[in-house]
Design a protein around this ligand. Sequence first.
Ligand code: PMP
Length: 382
Amino acid sequence: MGALRPPRPDLADMSAYDAREPSVDINLAANENPSNLPHELLATMAQRLPTFPFNRYPDPMASQLRAQIAEANGLDPANVLVGNGGDELIFDLMLAWGGPGRTLLNLPPTFAMYEIDARLTGTTIAEVPRREKDFTVDERAVFERLALGDIDIVMISHPNNPTGNIAPETFLIDVLKATDALVLVDEAYFEFSRHTMRPHMERHPNLVILRTFSKAFSLAGLRVGYLLAHEDVVMELTKVRQPYSVDRFSQWAAGLVFRERVVFESQIQELLRQRDVIEHGLSQIPGVKVFRSEANFVLFRVDRAAAVWRDLLHSHSILVRDLSRVPGLEDCLRVSIGSMAENSAFLKAMEHLMTERRASDMFGTTSRDELDSAVGESGPLD
Ligand code: PMP
């Protein structure tokens, strides 16, 4: 029998990202765009395919796409780095600015990858938890923590996934002033919030802005993200990144999408209107508390949330994100904004199951244990 030497011992208490996607009629779990690319773009891609040089390695720095992104943001290509989704760039940042003996300042509950990448790279994690009642940042606690002088990197999701709120711009500027740590302002949902820290880049070399093609631009399946940063930061990141991480086709397709990005505008506006529909619809259901969102998802709190999640899945074939076991998000679920039909099916299902629940609670026909028993099926990420 062969033998196998164990891996790094600190992996023992980590678990793999469970990429199993339950096959459901309506998937509102991953903050994706509910529509595929517009037909004209798909047709252009189809036309290009037969002569596309798949046999050739991609351009390591995605020069064409990089130049396009730089120009649109009034920057030099040296200030732009393209990655295999924003996820890869977050990992690169942690490889270069984190690591053993270094410290991340994290503001949980927030995007799970910050903590996961910190653990994978042996980075120490300092936490300033958000306020329980509305997920605002405890600004004083942040400045007190920064004043200790040991923070190497700060990650702020803006808007914050999964709570949907944004921090005041003055707070972000004060953070940039208060520290020489690298400060990532993660603008993955920028096209929905319309708030960016771009105007502050010239004054603050420690500011890094992250964006993605996965949300507003319907490209989650291709994996393309980018960051905007001081050229010295980009230079350091090129030392740790995988040289060919963004494939040739994705570079080309993202370039096409970026050039034609105005075609997404009406869809983004419609998603924002649909977000209002969901926020309003949920807030009308007794027992549901809704948190206002600046992104393409809405967080809500409901008693016995894991049971609601299970009922949505099993009785209505609707998948939302179960966050009820995340510290600070007890009894919270997150729903991504889908198409009008999907959102209305979701709201109907919620009304239906909450009405049923009130009836069974009144007559005592459902035990709490029974409702809570089917936890543990939904993954913790994105
Ligand atoms: N940042 C935040 C806050 C996100 O929610 C996500 C996607 N879930 C990402 C970054 C990364 O997205 P992607 O890797 O698809 O670009």
